[in-house]
Design a protein around this ligand. Structure first.
Ligand code: SF4
Ligand code: SF4
Length: 61
């Protein structure tokens, strides 16, 4: 079974969920409220990659 790479650190994912925490309130898990995005007429969001249903990375570094 292939391991996922951590999106924050140079290691394999250990399931710590640090990457799921809110950028504005570290005590809560992100609920995609959008407050950190400062969306006006348009916004740009960087994505690191796209994964297929099989968990294999399709695009990205
Ligand atoms: S859950 Fe933890 S180890 Fe896994 S990608 Fe997120 S921050 Fe990295
Ligand atoms: S979308 Fe909302 S909950 Fe998620 S990181 Fe941004 S402010 Fe926090």
């Amino acid at each position: 079974m292939e391991t996922q790479k951590c999106v924050l650190y140079d290691r394999d994912c250990i399931g710590c969920l640090e990457c799921e925490m809110c950028d504005l309130d570290p005590s809560k898990v992100c609920d995609n409220c959008g407050k950190c995005l400062e969306i006006h007429d348009s916004a740009v969001i960087r994505i690191d990659g796209i994964y297929g249903a099989d968990g294999q990375k399709r695009k990205g570094n």
